[in-house]
Design a protein around this ligand. Structure first.
Ligand code: SAM
Length: 278
């Protein structure tokens, strides 16, 4: 049992933990959300045998087992709300406009697409289905990478089993074509899943981001809404250093890079908004 959130030790521990989580994950809990942070981490601290959040903070900051513990923190902080064909206008623009252009460039070898906070995988699988429908997937020149900071999300994505709600925006007929029904839901066919390479990567870690940041197309949607401006700037600086020109960064409809960077310009392409490094 953790000391009540109102004791001075708990308040100090929680404030320190909030700042550490912000630094490590980019996710900002403001003063109004501190209760929600406490609810999320309380059981993690108790599981490790601590009765104070301050002790749990020390573990995450200094202990040799901190790296393993951060995996659990990511899992409890992760908001995995997502679904197939979410904000699909950008995926149409990728498939109809930008990819054919990239593939037609004489000097372009393989084209890499990175879904950078893919949760349980609906976004990269949507990209794979849309590419397949357009006859682009079998060219052998397109690589799709999908990562998330939460190991549990990636385990789910690798399993590829989805419930009804994930299909709420999917065009008719697609589920029957790319999934098979099982007692627990609908499983993506191996012939679809094999086109996506999965991994765990923290967007705030230069080491984690480096292998993917050179992708020509990066989907980083609906994750910056949880970040502070400082965290967004750190990630965008990493991407802007490494992305090729032209490079295309897709954000969620509620996210903006105004006042964050001048490297990317917001453009409307094929009816969808894309940040372009030109
Ligand atoms: C709401 S989901 C977005 C899924 C998908 N991109 C979409 O737009 O539907 C947000 C995801 O961001 C991930 N996330 C949060 N902070 C992260 C970080 N620092 N590095 C990588 N992923 C992170 C969470 O684990 C969660 O799966």
């Amino acid at each position: 049992m953790i000391y009540g959130r109102d004791s001075s030790v708990a308040s100090k521990g929680l404030a320190l933990l909030r700042d550490l989580i912000h630094e490590q994950t980019g996710i900002l809990f403001d003063d109004e959300s501190l209760d929600s942070l406490f609810d999320k981490v309380e059981s993690l601290a108790a599981d490790r045998g601590f009765d104070s959040i301050l002790d749990y903070y020390y573990l995450l900051r200094y202990d040799v087992s901190a790296a393993e513990e951060w995996r659990r923190v990511f899992d409890v902080l992760s908001v995995r709300e997502t679904y197939f064909w979410r904000e699909s206008g950008q995926i149409r623009t990728l498939v109809d406009n930008l990819l054919p252009q990239a593939l037609s460039r004489g000097n372009e070898g393989r084209v890499r697409i990175w879904s950078a906070a893919c949760a349980t995988g609906e976004e990269p699988l949507t990209i794979a289905m849309a590419l397949n429908e357009a006859g682009l997937l079998e060219s052998g020149r397109i690589e799709i990478y999908a990562t998330d900071g939460s190991p549990q999300s990636i385990t789910g994505a690798r399993a590829g089993l989805y419930r009804e709600r994930a299909f709420r925006a999917m065009p008719p007929g697609m589920r029957d074509k790319y999934f098979t029904q099982e007692p627990g839901g609908w499983r993506a066919l191996p012939s679809l899943r094999r086109h996506v390479q999965w991994g765990v990567a923290n967007l705030m870690s230069c080491t984690d981001v480096a292998p993917f940041a050179g992708s020509r197309f990066i989907f980083c949607r609906n994750v910056f809404i949880y970040f502070s401006t400082r965290s967004v700037r750190k990630v965008v600086d990493l991407l802007s250093e490494r992305m090729p020109r032209p490079g295309y960064l897709f954000l969620g409809a509620a996210e903006s890079l105004v006042k964050v960077t001048s490297t990317f310009q917001l453009q409307e392409i094929g009816g969808a908004f894309v940040y372009v490094k030109d």
